[in-house]
Structure formats: C-alpha cells, structure tokens
Design a binder for this molecule. Structure first.
Ligand code: FAD
Length: 459
C-alpha cells in the first residue's frame, strides 16, 4: 500500500503515532488465534493488513471509513484479536482498524445496563460492574484480554451461559451503534431484534462504536473441583447441578481423563485417571455441593472463595476454549470442535462417537442455557487431528447422529454455525457496506454486484 494512504490517514487523525506501518507490528495486529485450527493455519498464515489505524472516537472512525470508501480500501476491525477462526485476519490487506483505544466505560446504569465503547476489555467491565452490585451475564474465558466489541462481533457465550444463555439470548445486548461503510458513513442505532443484524457478523457489516449490555446482579461465588472415578458419574452429577433450578451457578464444566492431565498449573487437583468437574457456584451453596459430590463417591480436590479475575487458581482459565489451549500445549496435534448435544440422547450420542472415533475425541462438556431456557450439554471436545478428511468425517458423523456442530475450521460467517437463517446479517451488509469493503471475504454470500438489485438502494 502506498505511503500516501498512511500519510493521508495520519493527517485525518491529526496524529501520526496512531497510524502504524512497521511490518512486525502490522503483522502482529493482523493475527488472531486461528492457529488453533490446522485447517485455518494453512489458509491464513501470511495474511496481513497494510497498515493499522487506531481511532479514539466515533467521529474519527467515520472520517477513516469515508477515506477508505473513496479509495476502495478494505477495512478489518480488530478488538483484542483473541478470536479463533481468523475472524480478524484481513484476507485482502488494507487497513486494520484497531479499536483498543476506544476503551471508555460510560456508565453502569442503575437498571443494570452497561454503556461502553467497543475497546473496553470484558475484564475491566466485569470489575467495574461488580463495584455497584452487577456482573457480566456471560463472558468468554479470554475475559481479561478480549474486548466488548470483539465479543459482540465474533463471540457467542461462555462462563455464565449456564444461567443466562449466550450473548444473543434474553435481550443481553440491549442496543448498539455502528458506523456504516458508505461515501458518507452514518451512525446507526440497532436495538431489540435489530441487534441480531450485527451480532456475530465478524465486523463485515458495520463498525460497532457504542454498546448497551445488560448485566446480572452480582453473586458471591466460590470455586470447586470435583473428581470422579468414571466420566459417566462426573457427567451425571454435573448435569444435575447444571439443570437443577435451585443451584446458583456460573460455570459447570466436565472433563474426561486425560484432559485434566493437560492442566499443568493445577495438576495437584487432578488425580490420575479421574474425570473432573469445575464449578463456579454461589458461596452459600458450596457446602451443599461438596456434600453432593461425596454422596456419589466423588472427591472434592479443591474449593475456595472467588475474589475476582486475579484469584489463583482461576478455574475458568481451564474451561471453554482455554481447554483446547492446554491440550495444544501438551501436543500440537490436538484441535477441537464446538458442539451442542441433545439433552435427551447425549449419553447415546457420546457412546456412538466413542465407538466410531475412540480416543480421537475427548469429551469436554460445557453446559449452557439455550434461547428457550433449557440448559443443554454443549461441548468443546478435544480432537486428535490427523487429516482434514478425518476431521470432516467426524463433523459429518456428529451431524448424522443429531449433534449440532458450529464448525471452527472455516473462515466465513456462514460456515461457522452462528449465521442467521433469516439472512439479517447479509441484508445489513448490503445496506451498510455496499462496496463490500468491511472484512472482505468473510461473508461469502455477499456479492457487491447484487446490492442495488436486492436493496433497491445503496443509501
Ligand atoms: P477480535 O478477535 O478482535 O474480533 C472478533 C471479531 O469481531 C472479528 O471479526 C472482528 O473483525 C470483529 N470485531 C471486533 N471489534 C468489532 C467492532 N467494534 N465492531 C464490529 N466488529 C468487530 N469465545 C467465546 O464466545 N466464548 C469463549 O469461552 C471463548 N473462549 C476462548 C478461549 C481462548 C483461549 C481463545 C483464544 C478464544 C476464545 N474465544 C471464546 C474467542 C474470543 O476470545 C472471543 O470471542 C472474544 O470475545 C473476542 O474478542 P476480541 O476483542 O479478541 O475480538
């Protein structure tokens, strides 16, 4: 990209220090955690932007997008770059729009809604919310680093989802504002159902600049690790707690052996050969939980109070997709899938997978509430990767036996399992980004030549 673009953008911002062109810096800010997938590694290694721009206000974003629209420059938005599917990796070069400096929490409203900029780290928001008696409803295990905008753009749920569902459920995202990619970029507010036009669209149809996020009343949490001789017993107990209405919980994660052996820093809580459950449970129910574990011949190998994200050990660091990270540290041949099992037939589904794939699939279950209010056994199983064909065979088999798979080995919104069947994300892209400059190549059903015909207008 010509130096002229860098100079022009620096003069638009009035600050050359916020236009980064050093190749190593640009490369670092063009990457995310796509390398968890051996399939994506092949596709995305070496893909980089041409320069990085770091705006500090919505007005600056509008100015940058206006320039990029005129120049037909691709723009890829970046939060903290912790996504797993190459969501923030620019496929066609251009500008990486790094929003890390837009990190203001405007308010924690008395009605339990946080208002903030997109670059706010989820951990900072959680800490701030707890000061006034609130906490995040759900968050990824990358909470310390990940941004609110990136979570909305590319995440789905995590710790807390067992009680409050995913990010797109129960009106958790109350409203958001996006800047459009047009000759005259506009600030458009989405609220109610209209937030789904933007959620999990990977920054392809607008740059989120302001967020209204519903919180939950804060709970005094404790952490607990339970060990069982057999995975079946661990699964039964975790299911009972996860689905039992009377339990106040934030995390119920079940691992079959040998997954616990990967967790080096907490190996003292992982007896050889046993399956583990990691809980975040209300402190008032900790004693009852421990008694329940012992009644079923389980062993409580750790329990302790939870004093926020600096607590050591922090059990959430081993759950959700952090589990895959620990597996990869043990053996780089491991990768993962993202699954939803059928609560009625989950045991049979797991049996069929074990029979067909043996130890190539290791069960790591994450319970979460779905949009209908039912707690279901989600899973991020660890998979021993040999070939892409074998991985696809496993995905197909899962689907054949009724296990939902959100495929983390594809690099487009449609293939990832969170694309809306009503096409609202695509329709928003047609309106907001008619030239197709936002994160191009990631929404594969979008074709710029169809825009005028489909929408009747390019606004
Ligand atoms: P980025 O990676 O920077 O961006 C994600 C996507 O959103 C990109 O497409 C980007 O273009 C877009 N985007 C970013 N900011 C904006 C914006 N302002 N406007 C529009 N689009 C934007 N995810 C989960 O949901 N649950 C988990 O439990 C979880 N665990 C993880 C564990 C590990 C170890 C890792 C590596 C990843 C995990 N993830 C998980 C994925 C990821 O961490 C989360 O989705 C996180 O919220 C992404 O935030 P980010 O700021 O890093 O976003």
């Amino acid at each position: 990209m010509s130096l002229n673009h860098a100079n022009a953008l620096a003069s638009i911002l009035g600050d050359e220090s916020r236009v980064l062109t050093h190749p190593q810096v640009v490369e670092r800010l063009s990457r995310d955690f796509y390398w968890y997938s051996p399939v994506l590694r092949k596709q995305l290694d070496g893909k980089v932007g041409d320069l990085v721009v770091q705006p500090v206000s919505t007005r600056e974003i509008q100015s940058v997008l206006r320039y990029c629209h005129v120049q037909s420059l691709p723009v890829t938005v970046r939060g903290a770059g912790t996504g797993n599917y190459g969501q923030a990796v620019p496929l066609q070069g251009g500008v990486v729009l790094d929003l890390a400096r837009m990190d203001q929490i405007e308010a924690i409203q008395p009605d339990g809604v946080a208002v903030c900029q997109p670059g706010v780290r989820l951990g900072a928001l959680e800490t701030e919310a707890r000061k006034t008696g609130w906490e995040l409803r759900c968050y990824p295990s990358t909470i310390v680093k990940a941004s609110v905008g990136g979570f909305l753009g590319g995440g789905s749920g995590g710790i807390g989802s067992v009680a409050h569902g995913g990010l797109r459920d129960f009106n958790t995202v109350r409203a958001l504002e996006v800047v459009t990619m047009e000759s005259e970029p506009q600030v458009v507010r989405h609220e109610g159902e209209a937030v789904h036009e933007i959620l999990h669209a990977w920054g392809t149809n607008g740059v989120i600049t302001r967020i209204w996020l519903a919180l939950a009343p804060a709970v005094d949490w404790s952490q607990c690790v339970a060990a069982f001789d057999h995975f079946e017993a661990a699964f039964d107990f975790s299911e009972r707690v996860a689905t039992g209405d009377s339990w106040i919980k934030r995390l119920v994660t079940t691992f079959e052996w040998p997954i616990p052996s990967f967790f080096t820093p907490v190996k003292q809580y992982a007896p050889q050969g046993k399956s583990l459950i990691f809980f975040l449970i209300s402190s008032g129910q900790l004693g009852m939980l421990e008694a329940g574990v012992r009644e079923l011949n389980g062993e409580v190998t750790y329990s302790g109070s939870y004093a926020g994200l600096r607590t050591i050990p922090l059990l959430s660091d081993y759950t959700w997709n952090h589990t895959t990270l620990w597996a990869l540290k043990t053996d780089p041949a491991y990768t993962y899938l993202q699954c939803g099992f059928d609560p009625a037939t989950v045991r049979d589904q797991m049996r069929q997978l074990r029979e067909r794939f043996g130890q190539e699939i290791l069960f790591h279950m994450e319970f979460m509430k779905n949009g209908s209010g039912q707690v279901i056994p989600g899973a991020i199983p660890i998979v021993y990767y040999t070939t892409e064909e074998r991985l696809n065979e496993m995905i197909s088999f899962c689907r054949e036996i009724g296990v939902f798979v959100a495929n983390p080995h594809v690099n487009n919104v449609e293939g990832g399992g969170r694309y809306r069947a009503d096409n609202v994300q695509l329709l928003a892209k047609m309106r907001n980004d008619p030239k197709g400059l936002l994160n191009p190549g990631k929404m594969i059903t979008f074709h710029a030549e169809n825009v005028t015909a489909a929408t009747g207008t390019t606004r």
